[in-house]
Design a binder for this molecule. Structure first.
Ligand SMILES: Cc1cc2nc3c(=O)[nH]c(=O)nc-3n(C[C@H](O)[C@H](O)[C@H](O)COP(=O)(O)OP(=O)(O)OC[C@H]3O[C@@H](n4cnc5c(N)ncnc54)[C@H](O)[C@@H]3O)c2cc1C
Length: 492
């Protein structure tokens, strides 16, 4: 049985950032992910905002982690070579009643130590000409930002791999190996692994991991689904983040310009018992459309190119540590019931923002429990970004093509993604082995044609580079293969 110091269950942004944080120490670390790629859960289906921290309940772990993590993103994005824009965010009041709410929101923002300012309707219209002309004012939080959340997962796990962390995809945790009240390993669908610590970063399944250790039986995740529309960047351009005045359960339906240049609208909030139900509904989409039009009335249905949903890992208010009422807060703690388990559960929004601070807290929890963590002498925090042909000027493009002609062959015409970029992702530290893995890394297939031009070509490239038959190439892992069988012989 292979032996590790620490096994992380779950390759979302929390697991990936934790893996990176642990990779700086002399530890043997394994991350397992049940899907065919990392970042296929909430970490790639969210609003992509690095929150300023105005919203969480003062005194909560959500507020604390958000406050600590927000300033970390400048350095992290530079080290990991990912796009991050500290553009600030606006909570937009429509009508006089909503304007009154801005003062209470500013007070909460002040209690959380977050800089904010109430600006006039005129100023709001100046900063975002597309905003509803009936705007009465807005709360501006200048430290909010925008990141590519999937890139944050990929880049942090690649950096962890460069620093010695092992990753197994298509590997599902199925149970613990225990000696009395001490965890000594895990069972997975790919065999058993021994370890001294398990970090539970299993998102919506984090409650089931807790239960598998016969702990926290009252704790339950009931996902809250959030639906989105993605708009065509050729139809509408916006660089701001616009929130409505929030409700009791959610920050509301927002409109924002993403790092990829597309406008995103959503999400709503619907509880579901089904942890796999990422479908969109006509009622849900109507709700987000109405919400978006309240902020930006000129949005047109013509500009919609895709829709998707993400699941928030909302926990109940059960008491985990005696005397502590979590009240839907993050759960970041070492289990008091068994030895060797760290739970990162109920990580709903602002979990993306908070990820680097949560990863840092895992290190503190290990140290508090007596672990001596020894720094690696050769730890390298830099993960170099790979070339993005579409982001280069003509001269840079010509230089790149001269060095490697595969960058001169455009495979996705809408997003101008080249064969060279696709091949680079297939041979990256965490190889992209499916169509969706390439799509999320390069943004190929996200334009108007939704991949109908590039898909056959990408299947071909994947098959060639991975030395597999084309029938083995899938959209997102086993069961989603594109081709069923060969229909005619191909001449060599
Ligand atoms: C609609 C929506 C909007 C949001 N907007 C924002 C925002 O703008 N800003 C922000 O800061 N946060 C936002 N969030 C929250 C943020 O996306 C999450 O907090 C964050 O992505 C959680 O990361 P995670 O790693 O805990 O979970 P996930 O990304 O879900 O990862 C968990 C992983 O564990 C894996 N797993 C589960 N069970 C097993 C098993 N048995 N074996 C192996 N692997 C397993 C899953 O496959 C999954 O990949 C939003 C969330 C949603 C849903």
């Amino acid at each position: 049985m292979k032996n590790y110091d620490i096994i992380i269950i779950g390759g979302g942004v929390i697991g990936c950032m934790t893996a990176r944080a642990l990779s700086r120490f002399d530890l043997k670390v394994l991350l397992i992910e049940q899907e065919s790629d990392i970042g296929m859960g909430a970490s790639s289906a969210n609003s992509a905002i690095i929150h300023a921290g105005h919203d969480p309940m003062p005194g909560s772990l959500k507020a604390e982690m958000n406050r600590i993590a927000n300033p970390m993103w400048d350095q992290i994005s530079t080290e990991l070579g990912i796009s991050f824009r500290r553009c600030g965010a606006y909570i937009v009041a429509i009508g006089e009643d909503e304007f009154g709410c801005l003062t209470a929101l500013k007070e909460r923002s002040d209690s959380n130590g977050v800089t904010s300012e109430i600006i006039s309707a005129e100023e709001m219209r100046r900063r975002e000409p597309l905003v509803n002309p009936a705007v009465s004012g807005a709360l501006f939080t200048p430290t909010a930002g925008m990141v590519d959340p999937f890139a944050a997962c990929v880049a942090s796990i690649e950096n962890a791999i460069q620093n010695g962390v092992e990753v197994l995809t298509e590997t599902a945790f199925t149970g613990f190996i225990m000696e009395g009240k001490t965890i000594t390993g895990i069972h997975t669908n790919q065999g058993d692994f021994a370890c001294r610590w398990v970090v539970n970063a299993a998102g919506t399944y984090s409650d089931e991991v807790m239960h598998a250790a016969e702990t926290c039986q009252d704790f339950k995740i009931t996902p809250r689904r959030g639906e989105y529309y993605l708009l065509d960047k050729a139809e509408i351009e916006m660089n701001n983040i616009l929130f409505p005045v929030p409700s009791a359960v959610s920050k509301g339906i927002l409109v924002l310009g993403s790092t990829h240049g597309n406008v995103l609208v959503g999400p709503n909030s619907q509880s579901t018992e089904d942890k796999e139900n990422k479908s969109v509904t006509s009622e849900g989409l109507a709700e987000i459309w109405q919400g978006a039009q309240k902020l930006v009335p000129s949005i047109s249905p013509r500009s919609v190119i895709a829709m998707f949903a993400g699941l928030r890992a909302t926990g109940n208010a059960a008491c985990l540590t005696p005397g502590v009422n979590y009240n839907n807060d993050f759960v970041i703690e070492r289990s008091v019931e068994v030895n060797g388990l760290i739970n990162l559960a109920g990580i709903e929004s602002p979990g993306l923002t908070a990820a680097p601070a949560i990863a840092q807290r895992v290190i503190e929890l290990l140290q508090d429990s007596g672990e001596t963590l020894i720094d690696k002498q050769n730890w390298n925090p830099i993960r170099p970004a790979r070339p993005h042909f579409n982001h280069m000027n003509r001269e840079e493009q010509a230089d790149l093509v001269a060095k490697d002609p595969r960058y001169g062959r455009i495979v996705c015409r809408c997003e101008m993604i080249t064969e060279g970029e696709i091949i680079a992702e297939i041979h990256a530290p965490l190889p992209a082995r499916t169509y969706d893995a390439i799509k999320r890394r390069t943004w190929l297939g996200t334009g108007r044609c939704l991949g109908s031009f590039d898909m056959p070509r990408v299947v071909d490239i994947l098959a060639h580079e991975l030395n597999l038959p084309a029938t083995a190439i899938s959209k997102k892992g086993a069961g989603s293969e594109f081709l069923q069988r060969q229909t005619k012989e191909v001449e060599a």
